[in-house]
Design a protein around this ligand. Sequence first.
Ligand SMILES: [Zn+2]
Ligand SMILES: [Zn+2]
Length: 549
Amino acid sequence: MLPLGGLGEIGKNMTVVEYEDRIVVVDVGLRFPTPEMVGIDLVLPDFSYLRGRVKDIEAIVVTHGHEDHLGALPWVLRELGAADAPPVYGRPLTMAMGRSKLDEHKLREVQLIDLEDGEDVDLGPFTLELIHMTHSIPDASAVALTSEVGTVLVTGDYKFDQTPVDGAPADVSRLAELGREGVLLLCGDSTNVDRPGFSPSESVVGPHLEEVFARCEGRIVVTSFASNIHRVQQVVDAAAALDRKVVLVGRSMRKNVKIGRSLGHIEVPDGMLVGPREIEDFPDERIVIISTGSQGEPLSALRRMAYRDHPQVKLHDGDTVVFSATPIPGNERAVNDTIDRLYHIGCEVITTRDAPIHASGHGFAEELKLMLNLTKPRYVMPFHGDFKRIQLHSRLAEAVGVAKEAIFCAENGDVLELDARGARFGKPERAGMIFVDGVDIGDVADAALRDRRMLSADGIFIVVATISEQDGGSVADPEVIFRGVAFLDEAGQLIDEIKDTVEDSLERAATEGVRDVGHLQQLLHDHLGALIYERLKRRPMVLPVVVEV
Ligand SMILES: [Zn+2]
Ligand SMILES: [Zn+2]
């Protein structure tokens, strides 16, 4: 049992379950970069452990279609070699979303296999079963992997919603049955362990949305996660009740609604959907726009509307924007920024603070206890949470009677060994982050990140010095180029000083017999860096180029 991601963090879930050298990977998620990771598009779990072991992987199993569980699939398959990639298993919606990602990466040969609930699949020494759970996306499931040693149950993300929008609550009886048969290890979602009680049902959101809509006189823009198909359904229902047309805006919103409709997860009455270009054909009070951008994502439709940069939707005063989502930690600033822009345009903004128009997809503390009590695991390993939540989850397990020694608070890369004698931590494996930068994947060295940080904060100086091949003396006036450096009232004076420093440094180096170009560049870098810091109290990147003639 080896978690490669998702512990000590929220995001990039990926776990290796191994028995007698045969491997099943549960989830292949990604994370979005923090603001310090300048120029990085995506963050993946470091899956070095799997390199060279493609032949040992029986399958990849994905619990549900969220990016933090499915998003790394194309990258992982591409890196492991798509031609002999293992089959990927999941529920139909998860697989449809996976297929659409693989198509974008032209990975068409990968086998994606739909599994029904309760269907058993033999994968080498393992038997795989998916158990239906409720979450903020349809077709979420827990994964049970049974080998000779026992059953490992990975809950995936879940809540125990008793009145889900699609009328299919979590398969509590199967969980209890597994508990009676004996669960060796439970790896449970810790996201909302710090919230007491039970989470509200998704179905309470709809009536509140309708109430909010009823008060609006102009157009309504609702933003939510595009994958929250039941939420989109509730927005559609509220719009229908008030005789408004629905417009879908944002690529992932259109894509997910299309997939959701084709699989019967969402129903839109005929004639209700209107294209973005037809918005102006209807009076304002007849329109609801459903948009991406609930997290303030830079290129999202809502963000572009807020910055008056959306090609089809031009917001104006009288419009109301409804945030049917809460910001994920880290996104608060971008969301606030978007909201402020919307006010600037004259829109009204309604958030979850004004009305209960959002319900979390992750169960609260009592639901986590219920999971523990249903499955009665011998060992517990809290999953899907930062260190604080993992600790809280372990206390909660103790509270319901799991022995302290049976609870393993792990971090990414920790190996939990389970056999007839018991469970213990083994030698840790490599785990960490790999970055995706555009279409390239790899260990973007720390240096590259640092460079980007410097460039974005303080700009760059490029200094070109020309020296004589014979004696190493400076033979031409040094050239100084700078970009993105904030200050420069006295640019002229600083540039003169830079030129003087270059001449001085080269002269000294020549007398000391330093002739190696790399060495000279290093020297110039140090001297100029010191000078520029003195004058500007900033550390722009300094890039000296020494040319010999
Ligand atoms: Zn998740
Ligand atoms: Zn999720």
